[in-house]
Design a protein around this ligand. Structure first.
Ligand code: RB5
Length: 147
């Protein structure tokens, strides 16, 4: 499994922790930055991560900013991306089962490292259910992108 990851300065530290965790699991990681704690703009990192997912270069994306909100807003502007801002394990599993989300967002100033790694594992470890009612809803989301 290949994971694209990106963060702004508010998510930089947590990004490094998650990268180590993913590599320990044998996953391939594409790190799109940021590469320091210097202030930067979260949309600049959301875009390459989402493009890697859409192109098939990566299976999933992980985006981290201070709250996760700016990253999730940015990612969800990109057609084909369904990004969930996560803070609990139930939602991390449910959003994969129900929404077939392809990107997750985290708040580096909100969640602790232990919870963040549980969220990553729950998200990446859960398959989309493929059930017709969920497919229909996802198709309606896709239709919203054409409005
Ligand atoms: C940066 O200070 C902060 O605004 C950003 O990381 C994020 O929380 C925005 O949603």
């Amino acid at each position: 499994m290949t994971i694209a990851i990106g963060a702004d300065h508010g998510g930089f530290h947590l990004k490094q922790v998650i990268i180590c965790h993913l590599k320990e699991q044998g996953k391939e990681v594409l790190d799109f930055g940021t590469y320091s704690c210097d202030s930067c703009d979260y949309p600049d990192y959301a875009v390459p991560v989402c493009e890697a997912v859409l192109s098939g270069q990566a299976d999933f994306g992980i985006l981290i900013c201070g709250t996760g909100i700016g990253m999730s807003i940015s990612a969800n502007k990109i057609p084909g991306i369904r990004c969930a801002l996560l803070g609990d394990v139930y939602s991390a599993k449910a959003t994969r089962l129900h929404n077939d989300t392809n990107v997750m967002a985290l708040g580096g100033r909100v969640v602790g490292e232990g919870l963040a790694l549980e969220l990553v594992d729950a998200f990446l470890g859960t398959e989309f259910s493929g059930e017709a009612r969920h497919m229909a809803r996802i198709n309606k989301i896709a239709a919203l992108e054409k409005r």
